[in-house]
Design a protein. Structure first.
Length: 126
């Protein structure tokens, strides 16, 4: 039996937007809402360069990464061709206007993936 963790109310997620869910370990989870009030959840990390998908533009059942405009499917986390890659998807339940995530996935899924590191590139000196 699946254990569910209440995350927020549906109206707490902007239409065509997202909300980040912090975790004790690992990268945050992005919970998205489209214009049909469907809710999806992905690891908040683009498979390309690690961009924060929670800051992307939601359209239909996809999100455009804010860094390089890769299109990621909200249903499966797959990058749209010709791009390749996938980000982990989390199971979501919407019940009586409340959004729930699978509690086991929250503590385990994608916790082994590294956070992207921003900053200057180190240069080798000769």
């Amino acid at each position: 039996m699946t254990a569910w963790k209440e995350i927020c109310r549906l109206e707490d997620i902007p239409v065509l937007g997202s909300r980040r869910v912090a975790r004790d370990q690992g990268i945050d989870v992005a919970v998205f809402r489209n214009d049909a009030d469907e809710v999806f959840a992905l690891l908040d990390r683009c498979p390309h360069k690690g961009g924060p998908l929670s800051q992307g533009i939601v359209f239909g059942t996809s999100v455009a990464c804010p860094l390089h405009n890769w299109t990621i499917g909200l249903c499966d986390g797959q990058a749209q061709a010709p791009d390749k890659g996938c980000t982990p998807r989390f199971e979501v339940k919407l019940e009586s206007g409340l959004v729930f995530l699978n509690a086991d996935e929250l503590v385990g899924l994608g916790t082994d993936l590294a956070r992207p590191i921003a900053g200057p590139v180190s240069r080798k000196t000769v």
